[in-house]
Design a protein around this ligand. Structure first.
Ligand code: CU
Length: 199
């Protein structure tokens, strides 16, 4: 856990806490929890623009947004930027508002349907990955409450190496192409939607 940050303290203080070993276990645990909850961002302030500019973040996340929806399913989108020298793989995403899955669009029986993206979403080194309607997206499977335009939702990405990153996305109405992830407010699954858990 070399990433555990002891906010605002001198390096010597961190070293001393570490040196204290098990005697200071509660302190270390507390610091660790704080670190996990907020990743490395100094201020995950949801009222600020959600553009992740802190260099310590795993990915840059540009223009994150969520499709407003009253119930059922919706999705989150944005542009992921990897400024690092290694590919980054997102293996999971979570929010308080709903259980989630990583989704992709795939051709099935002659039409595009969404399905769980096996192996996660890869953002190439020095590359970007678009999460957009009609492409890969972060799927909210079953909203616990309505998501209205202007609402801000917090999402936590988990990466293949175990790191996490939290970002905030604002909800917007979306009246563009109504694809299979937009079930028209109808609770019945969309025709052709392959959402059954595979195993
Ligand atoms: Cu989806």
């Amino acid at each position: 856990m070399s990433r555990t940050t002891v906010t605002g303290s001198r390096p010597g203080a961190a070293a001393r806490i570490a040196a204290a070993g098990f005697a200071a276990a509660t302190i270390i645990v507390a610091a660790g929890l704080a670190g996990c909850g907020s990743t490395d961002s100094a201020s995950p302030n949801p009222s600020e623009s959600a553009s992740a500019s802190a260099p310590a973040e795993v990915l840059g996340i540009r223009d994150p947004w969520v499709k407003a929806a009253d119930e059922g399913m919706t999705a989150a989108f944005g542009t992921l930027e990897n400024n690092g020298d290694a590919d980054v793989t997102i293996t999971a995403v979570a929010t308080d508002a709903s259980p989630m899955q990583l989704h992709e669009m795939a051709m099935q029986d002659g039409k595009m349907v969404m399905q769980e993206k096996k192996g996660g979403i890869v953002v190439k080194a020095h590359g970007t990955a678009m999460l957009e309607p009609g492409g890969d997206h972060l799927m909210l499977m079953d909203l616990k409450h309505p998501v209205k335009a202007g609402d801000e939702l917090s999402f936590t990405l988990t990466f293949a190496d175990g790191r996490t990153q939290t970002f905030t996305a604002v909800a917007k109405p979306f009246t563009g192409a109504q694809e299979t992830y937009a079930p028209d407010g109808d609770e019945s699954p969309m025709p052709g939607m392959s959402m059954s858990p595979m195993g």
